[in-house]
Design a binder for this molecule. Sequence first.
Ligand SMILES: [Zn+2]
Ligand SMILES: [Zn+2]
Length: 131
Amino acid sequence: MRKVGWQDRTIKRIATFKQEHPLMTLQQIANHFEVSRPYIYKVLKNNGEPTNNRLVRKKAFYCTHCQDLLPSKRKFCSDKCSFNYRHVKVSCAICHVPFYRKKAVLRGKAKLGQTYIYCSMKCMYKRSQLV
Ligand SMILES: [Zn+2]
Ligand SMILES: [Zn+2]
């Protein structure tokens, strides 16, 4: 049986400890105090302390497409991801040749109610001949 007031003191110590060691993870702090990680989280949250490593997180960048960790501040890990993020593989409604279209363009088409995609003006013309 622990003495009354033990918890209050521990809560204060955890909050202070976190301020002194802002780069330590919740798990590391939990190990230090020999308590569970959710307990540390609760204590910090109740005290209005940051529960994540903001300093560390600030330095982490992820590829917008594949979510890979990036070494520096960039949107994509590669040109391929950048391309795949903006383009989608489609095939021509007439000649069925696969090609890439910008997603933004396809969204615009969908808004206009256009469901068919053509690889070229030639195919688009062919289509109008068929109807
Ligand atoms: Zn990527
Ligand atoms: Zn075509």
